[in-house]
Design a protein around this ligand. Structure first.
Ligand code: ADP
Length: 489
């Protein structure tokens, strides 16, 4: 059986609203294509504001009975959902692979990571504690409880079709919120598969709603989610540009906002570093998901005296990457997700080369594999006037910049309005403490290129976002403190 058939049980062609599988009021649909081959892997409803309004109303009704359940009751339902996700690990991984182009080995990693959020927040649901404040007067008792904010609207990107949904939805649901989720148009199938499993797990109707919309509907749907009185908060992961727009739209209604936006991660290698470890970390950090993650290293900053040796070691590792259709177990670099992304990467490399960048490896499309493939690329002689220096490339392109002193390296690393992840390799203990302290970003990997985990708080500073996802802090965005003063005692 082909892989689509194997995942058939979870492959849905309808959206999931109020516990029902529904079409768009307009009856319009759109196709989902495999970026590796261009083949159509699914077709889902193209919903508009009318459909979304219904989902919001259902979520609001469901909120009344969901947030009044005990944490333990919510936890038990969510655990069942987690067990089903774990049982369907391979089918979910295949769906992630075919709709996003992510190699199957990494798709499995994403599903494990994504499932972990459901498990983690199922556990956290029982630990959302309040406090009793020592009162300044004996006739008053002062209590603080944490309450769910209400309906959460969740908008997610295509690069992690599974984990970006569970990271938000599981936190929201554990807190007692219900959610209306709009997955990215490129990869809505895994979200619908999660909805199928939520249904099977007995998650009550209206708690987890997935609405699918094609790109032309995104802005109208987004506007409704940001401005509707039915919505208490928005959580968005995606581009900085759209994040800023949503933040502005949410201002009028003073909505809770959680934003995980673009990064521009520096990856610094100091003279004292273990260069083999640094080259391995660099490879994992840059080429995972073909460079299409917001925590991917975007600028490699290499100390002058070890620059050439590092280039050599890094190049050797890049040469061993296997490009191709990610459903093949041996492949570790797949295609870019779509034409727009492919063109952006190509243009950024052309711009850099025109301005003096030196191509050590790659530097061109890998047309032999298909129309969305780009060769793993290594560029040196990068300067500050190049697009690649300023912007996140979101592709398999590693750019190397030389620096002389720690101070200069840090100035380059911090010379951006983004502040999501940052990485550095050093074996000098004092330097490790100095540098992590000064790096202006929300997450730092020291001698480590892969840092995400359900247990750890994910998020950025500057224009990379607001709030934290995962960890016990992940429930902050979905709860508020309610202070209760009991008087006349
Ligand atoms: P990316 O560059 O990762 O595709 P986007 O920010 O364009 O990032 O997309 C992330 C998510 O935001 C997707 O679900 C997309 O449909 C949605 N989106 C895009 N434009 C808007 C908008 N104007 N309002 C609300 N959501 C939007």
């Amino acid at each position: 059986r082909n892989l689509v058939q194997r995942a058939m049980h979870l492959l849905q062609d309808k959206a999931y609203v109020n516990g029902e599988w529904v079409t768009a009021a307009s009856k319009k649909t759109f196709e989902v294509k495999n970026p590796a081959t261009g083949e159509v892997v699914g077709c889902v409803p193209d919903m508009g504001v009318e459909d979304v309004q219904k989902a919001l109303e259902a979520a609001k009704v469901a909120y009344e009975s969901w947030h009044t359940k005990t944490g333990k009751e919510r936890s038990e339902l969510m655990k069942r959902w987690y067990y089903l996700m774990d049982q369907h690990h391979e089918e979910l991984s295949k769906l992630v692979c075919v709709e996003s182009g992510k190699p199957i080995c990494e798709s499995r990693g994403e599903v494990t990571y994504g499932n972990n959020f459901v498990e983690w927040f199922a556990e956290e649901a029982r630990r959302i504690r309040g406090e009793i404040i020592p009162s300044p007067s004996n006739n008053k008792k002062m209590l603080v409880e944490r309450q769910a904010i209400g309906v959460a609207a969740l908008i997610t990107p295509w690069n992690f079709p599974h984990a970006m949904i569970t990271r938000k939805a599981a936190a929201a649901m554990a807190s007692g919120c219900t959610c209306v989720i709009k997955p990215a148009e490129d990869s809505p199938l895994t979200a619908l598969a999660s909805a199928k499993l939520a249904e099977e797990a007995g998650i009550p109707k209206g708690v987890f709603n997935v609405i699918t919309s094609d790109k032309p509907n995104a802005s109208a749907v987004g506007k409704l989610l940001c401005t509707s009185d039915l919505v208490a908060g928005i959580s968005f992961t995606g581009s900085t540009e759209v994040g800023k727009l949503l933040f502005t739209q949410c201002a009028a209604g003073i909505k809770r906002v959680g934003l995980e936006l673009g990064g521009n991660a520096p990856f610094m290698v100091f003279s004292s570093a273990d260069l083999d470890a640094a080259a391995s970390g660099a490879l994992a950090c840059k080429f995972r998901n073909c460079g299409q993650t917001c925590v991917s290293a975007n600028r490699f900053l290499i100390q002058e005296d070890i620059h050439d040796e590092f280039v050599e070691k890094f190049a050797q590792k890049i040469k061993c990457l296997n490009m191709g259709n990610g459903i093949d177990e041996k492949v570790n670099v797949g295609p870019l997700v779509n034409k727009a992304q492919f063109e952006k990467v190509s243009k950024m490399v052309e711009d850099a080369v025109a301005k003096g960048a030196k191509v050590i490896l790659g530097g061109k499309p890998a047309t032999a594999y298909g129309e969305l493939y780009y060769e793993p690329t290594l560029l040196t002689h990068i300067s500050s006037d190049m697009e690649l220096y300023k912007e996140e490339v979101f592709g398999p392109v590693a750019t190397l910049i030389k620096f002389k002193t720690e101070e200069e390296g840090l100035a380059i690393a911090n010379g951006t309005q983004r502040g999501l992840a940052g990485y550095f390799y050093s074996q000098d203990v004092s330097q490790i403490f100095r540098v992590y302290n000064k790096l202006e970003c929300g997450m730092v990997g020291v001698n480590e290129g892969i840092i995400s985990a359900a247990e750890a708080p994910f998020g950025g500073i500057k224009e990379s976002g607001l709030g934290r996802e995962g960890s016990h802090h992940g429930i902050e965005d979905y709860t508020y403190y309610k202070y209760i003063c009991i008087g006349s005692l």
